[in-house]
Design a protein around this ligand. Structure first.
Ligand code: SF4
Ligand code: SF4
Length: 134
């Protein structure tokens, strides 16, 4: 017991090892992986981020143009940011704010319109016209 006395006194008298977050916030360092956000106007709703996410916290409703992330399940690994083909996912240099209730990050965008497939007859018509002109 006596051998612990030194440690106990040091812990009681010394500086705290932890911070009183969110009152005291540590400044962000370079390449800090903070809160995730989506530049939704650039998003093409390809679902790459949702497929690659190891904690399966991203869900996408392409029809409704809704991109959702559960920040309480996110492990801030940044894999989704790397997987995004249009670079619309980013991580802020600040951590998410303190919450007393489970809040989802929901962003509403406009999914790209599906390309119309030309009907066989329509596709063949221009080719036939070209041949006729020759
Ligand atoms: S940072 Fe990692 S855990 Fe969080 S949403 Fe992206 S891939 Fe998923
Ligand atoms: S990977 Fe990028 S473009 Fe694709 S759904 Fe996710 S955020 Fe949108």
């Amino acid at each position: 017991m006596a051998f612990m006395t030194g440690n106990v006194l040091r812990n009681l008298m010394g500086k705290y090892s932890t911070r009183l977050y969110p009152i005291e916030i540590r400044p962000a360092f370079e390449a800090y992986r903070g809160e995730l956000y989506n530049e939704i106007e650039k998003c093409i709703f390809c679902q790459s981020c949702a497929r690659k996410c190891p904690s399966q916290c991203i869900s996408i409703d392409k029809e409704a143009g809704l991109w959702t992330c559960d920040p309480f399940a996110c492990v801030y690994c940044g894999i989704c940011v790397e997987a995004c083909p249009v670079n619309c996912l980013h991580m802020k240099s600040t951590h998410r704010h303190v919450a007393t209730e489970r809040e989802m990050i929901e962003q509403k965008g406009t999914p790209p319109k599906p390309k119309k497939k030309a009907a066989d007859g329509e596709a063949a018509a221009p080719a036939a016209e070209k041949k006729a002109k020759k």
